[in-house]
Design a protein around this ligand. Structure first.
Ligand code: FE2
Ligand code: FE2
Length: 454
């Protein structure tokens, strides 16, 4: 039996195959869309999100390139992120085909770029790329305002179709919603960032003796985080906990906090209350879920693995991982900070002292990670907030010190290494570590100088 279809006679098998193909294509489109949606909605960091969107569109439309330009309303510019590139692209909002689409809201599907007068071949000339065809599509938000534009280049076979436009239309809705989420997320992060920084500077400003302590702790912690490859989310948590760990000191009277000379038992106990106060103040702040562990981590920086720390006497299994990082760098910074009345403690003694507490108070593996910090970073952090030194770092010195880490420095100091450049390492390190080093080799430094003859 033959079927009548729009005036032409079709074999039922042909009808079936047509339908089957249609459903196959529909299925393919839906699968593509599902994948795109899943991948795009996973990402909340604006830069990464932009790159994900561009990759997904490229793949979904089977094209060679995709760029998403976003409108910067304040500067009246379009901007985009270059994958793996350092600089973003920016140009005035009305320029080029992208500018045309942003201002008019038109979809421009250009099958032959060089035959179209709106195409500017100069860009190809500059980049060495050859544009054959392009699809430029406006991206709208929920209020139907144009917030950006997709520019997809070089469809693999043939040129862009109506179906591609339809697909891009749907992707555009998903992408714009997620881009707005990401922008909101980024704004919230900035607000939190400035809030935490302000709190941290309040505490550092009050306690002038330890100026910059919180910021240095944060930097050392991040160095360890990098070395042990801590996930990004945990790094942010760690950084905030570091910046705020001593915030509880705000509640301790100045005459006790800054007392010179020895403290009475009551005064000592008073000071020991600060981590618990840090914790209870931070608990009252309504942090997002990502930072819910912040009070607990910050409040545990004086806990010790064997349970003899304070305020809660937590043991190894109970101390949050990030707090174990904080306790190492907290002790290190306390010993390596300068006081108005004394220079830094001998570096060798600092390390010896920490090592004598490994396993009982401090975590051995984390200290091993700490010792992998390169000397240029160590110096940069050490001199942070120091008016007399921080601006005197010589780039050449830092470049050289970058070749060695704390463990290697200790090997040289302990005379356990045969580094040919051992003397130079010590020279440069001490130049920044000890204030008087450059004024002549005095006292104990001579001992460390014996490497000079090796
Ligand atoms: Fe503390
Ligand atoms: Fe501290």
């Amino acid at each position: 039996m033959k079927m009548e279809h729009k005036g032409e006679v079709l074999d039922p098998r042909q009808v079936f195959e047509k339908k089957l193909n249609f459903y196959k294509e529909e299925h393919q489109r839906l699968t593509t869309l599902l994948n795109v949606t899943r991948n795009i909605s996973k990402e909340l960091e604006l830069d990464n999100l932009l790159i994900t969107i561009m990759d997904e569109v490229k793949r979904a439309l089977k094209a060679d390139r995709c760029t998403v330009f976003l409108v910067d309303e304040d500067k009246k510019e379009l901007w985009s992120k270059v994958a793996h590139g350092e600089k973003n692209i920016r140009f005035p909002v009305h320029l080029g085909i992208a500018g045309h689409v942003v201002t008019t809201g038109d979809v421009l599907n250009i099958p032959d770029a060089y035959a179209d007068p709106r195409f500017n071949p100069e860009i190809d000339k500059e980049t060495g790329y050859h544009t054959r065809n392009m699809l430029t599509f406006p991206m709208r938000n929920r209020l139907n305002e144009i917030i950006g534009v997709f520019q997809v280049l070089n469809k693999y076979d043939n040129s862009f179709t109506k179906e591609d436009e339809g697909l891009l239309d749907v992707i555009s809705t998903i992408a714009s919603t997620q881009l707005e989420n990401a922008q909101l997320y980024e704004e919230q992060k900035k607000t939190l960032e400035s809030f935490v920084e302000t709190l941290a500077s309040t505490i550092d400003a009050r306690d002038t003796l330890t100026a910059g302590h919180s910021k240095r702790i944060a930097e050392y912690s991040l160095e360890i985080a990098e070395i042990i490859n801590l996930p990004q989310k945990r790094r942010e948590l760690l950084r905030y906990a570091a910046l705020l760990h001593d915030y509880g000191k705000i509640a301790i009277r100045g005459d006790v906090l800054y007392k010179k000379g020895s403290l009475t038992i009551e005064e000592y106990c008073k000071i020991q209350e600060h981590p618990a106060i840090t914790k209870s103040i931070l608990e009252k702040i309504n942090f997002s879920r990502d930072f819910s562990e912040l009070p607990e981590i910050a409040g545990a920086h004086h806990e010790k693995l064997n349970g003899t720390g304070y305020p809660e006497g937590l043991t190894e299994d109970e101390i949050p991982f990030e707090a174990k990082i904080l306790s190492i760098v907290d002790v290190f910074d306390a010993m390596t900070s300068r006081r108005p009345y004394r220079d830094r403690m001998e570096f060798e003694n600092v390390v010896n002292s920490i090592e004598s507490n490994l396993g009982t108070h401090l975590d051995r593996d984390l200290f091993n990670a700490f010792k992998k910090i390169k000397l240029d970073r160590l110096i940069q952090i050490l001199v942070k907030e120091e008016v007399d030194h921080s601006d005197k770092l010589v780039q050449e010195d830092l470049q050289f010190l970058r070749l060695y880490d704390i463990q290697q420095l200790m090997d040289i100091i302990r005379d356990q290494s045969e580094y040919l450049e051992g003397k130079k390492v010590l020279d440069l390190f001490y130049k920044y570590y000890y204030r008087d080093y450059l004024n002549g080799l005095k006292g104990d430094y001579e001992k460390k100088y014996k490497m000079a003859s090796v």
